[in-house]
Design a protein around this ligand. Structure first.
Ligand SMILES: [Zn+2]
Length: 370
């Protein structure tokens, strides 16, 4: 007995098929599902389906005032089945965040900020007494189902006079805690990009990878990607978009692409203000921005499903596979012009818009609200 059978399902390529869902899991994928079901969903001919979209850089703890949002506003309503909050909270307040996050329809995970109150103020790493290694370890051990990594924001306004030291602390914490995934945010210097990248290792996640700042990966004089960034990419540092209010620039992403550097994962750095007022709006809009500069839709879908699931070790997520979680996104395309704006006010016009229409989380169907 299935809870749900999806008929006329198709990915971007390949023939249509059917998916049988039971107990929140994908229990069967076949050209034709035989067996009883409580509910059937038949997709329209113009609709496609993928594993549920994952946004690995968001801010969704509603009790904060600087960067906050509501998981379902950026998740289930926008075709996103899973969000990873990127360091909004630290060891002192992550438990409260978890109590809210558990109530969301959207799957919510968190990267623990190494600073113990997270981003209450913009300069959470200016006072290193806020980095309490023992407390970090304790929370990681207490909330293993929620904390999937750690976060260190390495830019001038965040670190104050501490330069690169917070990153050394973050690497030490990572090494003492099962080498959990580490996400590092980059921005204005100090610290210098080179000092950040030389400390990062294969598998570490560099977010805001295509920001338009002078301390970013583009050397504006030569209009080429800095050698240090090419080396970082080659050694396996994961480039993550983390669009944000201030951190995605079309030109940087285009030059990177010419140098064969593409983001591994596409994420928004969304919170209420850049959702409501732009330039982020939602994950789909961010995906359109990578498409308009030349990424294929197939690779874009991979960068919001399989790639983030693997990068953050989310077991049973990110792929359409039997025994994986029944998290799915159903979407269609609208071939109409739309002006897309990056964080620096530059625009590109796309003729291919992607529209999530239904979100399925743990086998439950929800309509998207765009
Ligand atoms: Zn962020």
């Amino acid at each position: 007995m299935f809870d749900l059978v999806i008929k006329n399902a198709k990915e971007l390529k390949g023939p249509s098929f059917e998916i049988g869902i039971a107990n929140g899991k994908i229990s069967q994928i076949a050209s034709k599902i035989i067996g009883e079901t409580k509910e059937t969903l038949t997709l329209a001919s113009q609709q496609y389906l993928s594993a549920g979209w994952i946004d690995d850089h968001v801010h969704c703890f509603e009790e904060m005032t600087l960067y906050y949002d509501y998981p379902d506003k950026i998740g289930v309503e926008k075709g996103v089945t899973t969000v990873i909050d990127a360091g909004t909270t630290g060891a002192e307040n992550i438990e409260t965040f978890y109590s809210y996050a558990k109530q969301a329809k959207t799957n919510v995970y968190a990267l623990l900020n190494i600073s113990k109150w997270g981003i209450v103020t913009q300069d959470e790493l200016a006072d290193l007494s806020k980095v309490q290694e023992a407390l970090v370890k304790q929370k990681i051990n207490e909330l293993p189902e929620f904390i999937v990594g750690i976060k260190a924001r390495m830019s001038k306004t965040v670190v104050g006079k501490n330069g690169i030291t917070p990153l050394d602390l973050a690497k030490k914490i990572q090494n003492e805690n099962q080498h959990l995934p580490l996400m590092v945010h980059i921005g204005s210097a100090p610290p210098e990009l080179a000092d950040v990248l030389t400390r990062m290792e294969k598998g570490d996640v560099l977010t805001h990878c295509f920001n338009g700042k002078s301390n970013g990966i583009l050397d504006s004089e030569s209009n080429d990607i800095k050698e240090i960034a090419k080396e970082a990419f080659a050694k396996g540092i994961i480039f993550d978009i983390g669009h944000g209010t201030d951190s995605f620039n079309f030109h940087v992403a285009e030059v990177a692409q010419q140098a064969n550097i593409k983001a591994s994962s596409i994420s928004t750095d969304i919170y209420i203000r850049n959702r409501e007022n732009g330039p982020v709006y939602d994950l789909a809009t961010t995906m359109e921005k990578l498409h308009v500069i030349g990424y294929s839709w197939e690779e874009i879908i991979e960068k919001v499903t399989k790639a983030p699931a693997e990068n953050f070790h989310l077991a049973n997520k990110g792929q359409l596979k039997e025994q994986f979680d029944a998290d799915l996104t159903i979407f269609e395309f609208l071939e109409e012009p739309k002006v897309l704006t990056d964080s620096n006010g530059f625009t590109r016009t796309t003729n291919s818009q992607i529209k999530p229409v239904k979100t399925i989380i743990g086998g439950e169907i929800y309509d998207c609200q765009l």
